[in-house]
Design a protein around this ligand. Structure first.
Ligand code: DC
Length: 228
């Protein structure tokens, strides 16, 4: 039982680059408030993984678009993860290679458009939603918005630690390079790039512990009377 009582239908948007800690923080805020946590990166990861699995060249936009309708129809997005053919395929989607596929698919405007209504519908009853464009495009009217950042080196270190824990051995320098490439693609794309919404609160977590970031978010929500 949560100690907090969130306002009815409260939607909290948490955006930030890869490794900013948004996923972990979204889960902790969701747990503290008893709200569903929706990781939108998983949507793009699933589509990237599925298209790649079907042998589609991810640099060929029309080839990707041709398989997207069916892929979206086959996907079941829940707070627990992404289900495909009645199985939770989330663990398959967490790797660096799938992240790179996701980033390519995510740059295609019609792919993003396909996912827009789905994300809004899921968020309507209240949730913590994390991604890149939640505060700017998906939920521009979210009751609370946060933008998390951290230095590139620290973000790469966190990602490395996460992969190690999952049994994936990748050199730190390789992660720094991948992260820079992904940042450039996510921030530089024309459609819904990663950017801070004007009304989002920015938190730089480079030297903060995760629980400190969570406490700061809860304090903002309490001050704004969005939780009691
Ligand atoms: O957060 P993540 O690493 O799981 O996201 C995977 C990719 O999906 C990332 O390169 C950016 C993209 N993405 C996006 O464009 N918009 C979102 N709302 C979430 C993720």
């Amino acid at each position: 039982m949560s100690q907090w009582n969130p306002a009815k239908g409260l939607r909290i948007a948490i955006d930030g680059p890869s490794g900013s800690g948004k996923g972990t923080i979204a889960v902790m805020v969701g747990e503290a408030l008893g709200l569903a946590v929706m990781d939108t990166g998983l949507l793009y990861r699933f589509l990237g993984w599925r298209a790649n699995d079907l042998g589609v060249d991810l640099d060929d936009e029309s080839a990707v678009v041709a398989v997207i309708d069916n892929a979206v129809a086959d996907m079941d997005w829940r707070a627990e993860g992404i289900f495909f053919e009645n199985r939770d395929c989330t663990p398959l989607l967490r790797g660096e290679d799938v992240g790179a596929c996701a980033s390519k698919v995510a740059a295609i405007p019609s792919v993003r458009k396909q996912l827009l209504e789905l994300q809004r519908k899921i968020a309507a009853s209240g949730c913590v939603m994390d991604g890149r464009d939640i505060g700017t495009v998906v939920l521009p009217d979210a009751e609370a918005k946060f933008f998390l950042t951290a230095s590139p080196r620290e973000r790469a270190r966190r990602r490395w630690e996460q992969l190690q824990q999952g049994g994936e051995e990748v050199a730190l320098d390789q992660i720094v390079d991948d992260l820079k490439a992904r940042d450039a693609r996510d921030s530089g794309r024309d459609c819904s790039p990663l950017e801070r919404a004007k009304d989002a609160i920015e938190i730089d977590s480079t030297t903060m512990r995760i629980d400190e970031v969570v406490d700061r978010i809860l304090a903002v929500l309490e001050r704004r009377k969005l939780i009691s």
